[in-house]
Ligand binder design. Structure first.
Ligand SMILES: [Zn+2]
Length: 183
């Protein structure tokens, strides 16, 4: 008899129907610990500076950016609350394990939560790069607004969402048009 290969708990949190490839890829690389964070650049001798560009107070590593950093954790906490998840943010790898256990299904609510995590990771990395390479500097509120509009832009294109009370409430909360219920 054939036994199934063990599936990484990350899988359900990264690749799912309606996932956004550009967000999923950054999330995946972040989970593998392969983004060019300053602690890695320092180890390679590419830089002498490993200060976090987001908070200025920590050393930039995967664990710090996702979500030990004060700036990043404030952003993730906002999206946890918006998704009705009343707990503190966890480290990224623990968040995906949590998703696999609590939010792995394909309901609209679960999908929005998984997309929120991917969009936050993507945009924190993008903001970090923007600060280093483009001299930009978005505050918490501006980054939260950008992530919210990125997410909404993605939801607007959805169709064939089940017309349930829970989903109507989600549309209301996220200001998603009812066209998502069209067949
Ligand atoms: Zn930081």
């Amino acid at each position: 008899m054939r036994t199934k290969a063990p599936v990484m708990p990350w899988h359900k949190a990264i690749w799912f129907p309606r996932s956004v490839p550009r967000w999923a890829i950054i999330l995946w690389i972040a989970l593998l610990g392969r983004l060019s964070t300053k602690d890695r650049l320092l180890a390679w001798g590419v830089t002498a500076d490993d200060a976090c560009t987001l908070c200025g107070a920590g050393h930039e590593s995967h664990d710090h950016l996702f979500f030990g950093c004060q700036y990043a954790s404030r952003i993730w906490s906002h999206f946890l609350q918006l998704n009705g998840v009343n707990r503190h943010g966890l480290k990224l790898r623990d968040e995906v394990v949590w998703i696999a256990q609590h939010s792995g299904g394909s309901s609209m609510k679960n999908t929005i939560f998984k997309l929120s995590l991917a969009a936050v990771v993507y945009n924190i990395w993008r903001e970090r790069n923007g600060r280093i390479f483009k001299g930009q500097n978005l505050g918490h509120d501006d980054l939260i607004s950008r992530i919210t509009s990125d997410l909404r832009a993605c939801f607007i294109s959805w169709r064939r969402v089940e017309k349930s009370d829970e989903n109507r409430l989600l549309c209301y909360a996220w200001r998603i048009p009812v066209s998502v219920f069209d067949l």
